[in-house]
Design a protein around this ligand. Structure first.
Ligand code: CTP
Ligand code: CA
Length: 230
């Protein structure tokens, strides 16, 4: 593809995006999950494709259609998401917008757990792999630009700075998902988002805008950053 900085600033670039929740099985009919519509991650994949990038979208279970012009890999669990992400490398930029379940059931059963005299099951949980941290800390094949998300209900920027350091990514896009975020109906499942872009250089707080607008602004910022690094 030829570079057209005006309309297609990501022409010739490759991008990986994760989106949606993960489902962690308890048994064949039940699961643990995070709340996530996938709207923000899918919008980023769409905006990046419109900007000319070759995009791989690794999506957990969502009700959204696959964005046209994007290579979509469907997964269920965090471990499947990690494997799909690693298979998609190398890329120029990776954006981790998925709401990955932090824990899974230690030994998910092959058979449906039945109610009975034994009472409620005691589910032992184990921590899932941290996909963002795993990719950020790779020595070989680390994407030149790694962007994480953080959904916070309090101390949004402080928690985001702490996450940036702990995960080893380049940027954290932090959003306030508290009920008093100022966004009518809330961020979760809604169409609007109010984000702070936290980097080593400082914090950019963007006004509340649609998830589409956040996606386009983020893609523009990514294109500018990649251009700066050649
Ligand atoms: N993330 C990930 N793999 C996980 C957990 C989180 O890749 N197992 C990514 C998310 O996609 C997001 C970022 O890490 O880009 C931050 O997720 P978040 O849930 O806010 O951070 P955690 O480290 O899980 O911290 P906590 O949930 O305790 O706030
Ligand atoms: Ca988490």
């Amino acid at each position: 593809a030829t570079r057209d900085p005006a309309g297609r600033p990501l022409a010739g670039r490759t991008m990986l995006v994760t989106s949606g929740p993960t489902h962690e099985p308890i048994d064949p009919v039940r699961y643990i999950a995070n709340r996530s519509s996938g709207k923000q991650g899918h919008a980023i994949a769409r905006a990046a494709a419109a900007a000319g990038a070759a995009v791989t979208l690794v999506s957990g279970p969502v009700t959204l259609p696959d964005p046209p012009g994007v290579s979509v890999v469907h997964v269920e669990s965090a471990r499947e998401m990690l494997a799909a992400v690693e298979a998609a490398l190398p890329v120029d930029v990776a954006v981790f917008a998925a709401a990955v379940a932090d824990w899974r059931v230690a030994s998910a059963g092959d058979q449906k757990i039945k109610k009975g005299a034994a009472g409620a099951p005691q589910l032992a949980l184990v921590e899932n792999p941290d996909i963002l941290a795993t990719v950020s800390k790779r020595t070989a094949g680390r994407p030149p630009l790694v962007v994480g998300f953080a959904a916070e209900t309090q101390n949004v920027v402080t928690n985001a700075r702490e996450k940036l350091a702990r995960k080893g990514c380049d940027w954290i896009v932090a959003n306030d998902v508290s009920a008093d975020s100022g966004i009518a109906g809330g961020v979760m499942g809604g169409d609007s988002n109010s984000v702070h872009v936290v980097t080593a250089d400082g914090v950019d707080s963007w006004p509340a805008q649609s998830k589409e607008e956040v996606a386009r602004a983020l893609v523009a910022r990514i294109a500018a950053a990649l251009k700066e690094r050649t």
